[in-house]
Design a binder for this molecule. Sequence first.
Ligand code: GTP
Ligand code: MG
Ligand code: ZN
Length: 313
Amino acid sequence: MAMQGMVVKSTGSWYWVRTDDGEYHECRIRGKFRIQGIKSTNPIAVGDRVELFHEGDDYLITEIYPRKNYIIRKSVNLSKQVHIIASNIDQAFLIVTLASPPTSVGFIDRFLVTAEAYQIPTILVFNKVDLYDEFDREFHDEIVDMYTHAGYECIEASALEHMNIDVLTTKMKDKVTLLSGHSGVGKSTLVNVIDPDLDIATQEVSASHQKGMHTTTFAEMFELDFGGFIIDTPGIKGFGLVDMEETELADYFPDMRRLKGQCKFHNCKHVNEPKCAIKDAVENDLIHPVRYDSYLAMLEDDGNQYREFKYHK
Ligand SMILES: Nc1nc2c(ncn2[C@@H]2O[C@H](COP(=O)(O)OP(=O)(O)OP(=O)(O)O)[C@@H](O)[C@H]2O)c(=O)[nH]1
Ligand SMILES: [Mg+2]
Ligand SMILES: [Zn+2]
């Protein structure tokens, strides 16, 4: 009997699928799936809509329906391989912490460019604000100003103190929301606070290295009791940009996209060209120089360039 459902978890060899009647089944795949010419390490991702067949005790995935969208991560080391983090996403929350662990602006900007390229609206969630001292608060405000001006919504939160959980909940209702960010920023902790029926493993950030312990190892989608789905993902260190034309990159910076078509040269890369609207905007403080720096770093794309926003105590 054929059924339809959504992949909620994948370990690479087996898949959990939520069928449309709300049941959950452990499944394997039949045949090979080559999707839209993507060379990915995983043929089926969390969020995929699939067709299932039931044969005796076995559930088999026989077909993947076309994806509305997906977000991939290109490994920094394995240059050709990509990994599909999740598909059919309504929005992403990029969870950012200024410390424990620190998240660099270079990392945030790479994530945002990737999300723009795949048309996934992203909200920046600054977690662990309960740890802030005066200095952190000032730094936070500066970064938030920069991203707000660039066109991104920023929400501050504390999973520990349940701060702004209601704001996040309202945004997530009836949507599929992807949580991403470095290991240890509190993704799983946030999910547990958002829906206390879920009891996902979390772990302290290492005191000596100020890094997360990669507690979550597979992306997993959870059904929210108030309606909607949330995808908790393993922490990412960083990622290379997907292949794109150099002249395309500025389209994925909303703060630069606004000026599209205003440079003298239609194929302007906004580096050395005369009469460049973007360079003018940087000079006139209409585009933040740190964002422009990120743009230049990505244009050079050496793969593991993560410009730190200077942050010294
Ligand atoms: N002070 C403080 N600590 C928090 C907050 N949110 C999470 N933490 C702590 O941060 C640590 C890491 O949290 P996790 O939820 O495991 O982080 P994660 O992002 O899921 O990490 P990975 O699964 O490794 O990607 C835990 O010790 C949490 O208790 C917060 O708002 N404030
Ligand atoms: Mg986790
Ligand atoms: Zn230009």
